[in-house]
Design a protein around this ligand. Sequence first.
Ligand code: AMP
Ligand code: GLY
Length: 426
Amino acid sequence: MNILLLGSGGREHAFAWKISKSKLCKKLFVAPGNAGTQNIAENIYLNINDFNEIKDFVIKNNIELVVVGPEEPLVRGIVDFFNNDSELTNVKIFGPSKKGAQLEGSKNFSKDFMFRNKIPCGKSKTFNKETIDEAFKFLETMKAPYVLKADGLAAGKGVIISENIEEAKKNLNNMLLNEQFGEASKNVLIEEFLEGIEVSVFVISDGKDYIVLPEAKDYKRIGENDTGLNTGGMGAVSPVNFATKQFLQLVEESIIKPTVDGLNNENIDFKGFIFAGLMNVQGKPYVIEYNVRMGDPETQVVIPRIKNDFVDIILKCINNRIKEIELEIENKFATTVILASNGYPEKYSKGDIISNLEEKNESIIFHAGTKLNDNKVVTNGGRVIACTGLGNDLNSALNNSYNLAKSISWNNKYYRKDIGKDLLKK
Ligand code: AMP
Ligand code: GLY
C-alpha cells in the first residue's frame, strides 16, 4: 500500500526506516521529512497542520494509510477529520482521536483522567488568573521544590520547577498573568514534586487492548550530568536496567491497564501510542505525563529493537486486533546519542555541511534536523543526527553510538559524552 508519514524529526526517520522494510509498504511518502527520509522514501512538502492540503495529497496519490509522528496534528484533531470525511473512507489513519489526544494536549484533562481512573500520579490542582489567590494559598500547603505546569502544549517547555516559594509565586504570576506560554498557560497546574528516577514506557493501544513496547530512558538536559536547559532529548537507551521485570509488571498493573480501561470505559477512541513518562519513586511507578505519540529520541532506540513488521502492527491496531500481535524484541541493547548544533536549545546556526555520514558495524544513522542543499546534507535544526548503536550489552551499544558520534562532523557539532554512563555504574 501507499503510506504517508507526517513529521520531520529523528523519530520520523526511524519510523520511515522501519516502515520501508515492511512487505506491506509499496511506496512511502514523508511530509515534510529530512535528508535521511529522502534516501528511503519520497519527501513532499505539506503543512502537517493543514488537513485539507493533506487530504488532497492523499486522494491524488492513492494513500491508504497515514501515520502521524508529532502531537500537534493529533491534538488539533487530524484523526477525527480523516475518519469523518466521506471522501476518505478508504484511508486509514493511525493515532488517537482529538479527545484521546487531550491526554497530551491538556495536562488538566490528563490529571482528571488519572484521578478518575485511580492511576498513581502526583497530587495537583489547576488554577487560572481569576483563581490566582487560591493558587498562592495552595502553594503554601505544598513543600519545595514546587512544580508548575502549563496546561496546554508548550513545545516541551511548559514545566517550571522552583526551589523556593517566592520563586514559585513569581513564576506562577508570569505564567498566569503574563501568559508566559501564551494560550497554553491560561490554566496552570501546581503539582506535587516526585523524587526518583524517570523512565518512559510505550504502549500501542486500540482503545481496548494493548501491547507494551520496550521501555527507554531519555537524557533531557543539554549539559553533562543532567545540567543546564531542558531539550527535546539528547540521548536514550533501551532497555533500562533499573526497570526490572517486577517494576514493569507493576507499571502494567497500576498504570497501563487502568489507562486503557479508562479510555474504553469513557468511550474515548484511541488507536495509537501511549507514551507514559514515569517516575520510579522507591520502586513504585507514578505518571509524570502522558504523550500520545512516540518519544524522540526514544523511538531511535525502541524501533530498532522491534522485529515485527511495523505496518502489520499499525494495521492490526486500527482494525481493533492489536491483541493478536506477538511482539518480538531483539535481545540487544540500543543506545542513541544526539548530535546537536552548538547553542541548542537556544540560538544556533543552520546550513553547515555535514560530512562522514557513514554507518559502521551495528549502528544506524537517523537524521533529525537535516536537509539536502545542492546534493549536500546540511544542518537544518537544533537536534541534527541521532547516532544509534546496538550491542549485546550497554557498553558495546554505547561504543557503537559514540564511534558514529565522533566520526560524523560539521563546524558546530555538540553532543553529550555521558549518555548511558549512569546506568553502567548500576
Ligand atoms: P513534562 O513536560 O511533564 O515531561 O515535564 C518535564 C520534566 O519535568 C520531566 O521530565 C521531569 O523531569 C520534570 N517533572 C515534571 N513533573 C514532575 C514532578 N511532579 N515531580 C518531579 N519532576 C517533575
Ligand atoms: N524525548 C521526550 C519526548 O519526546 O517527549
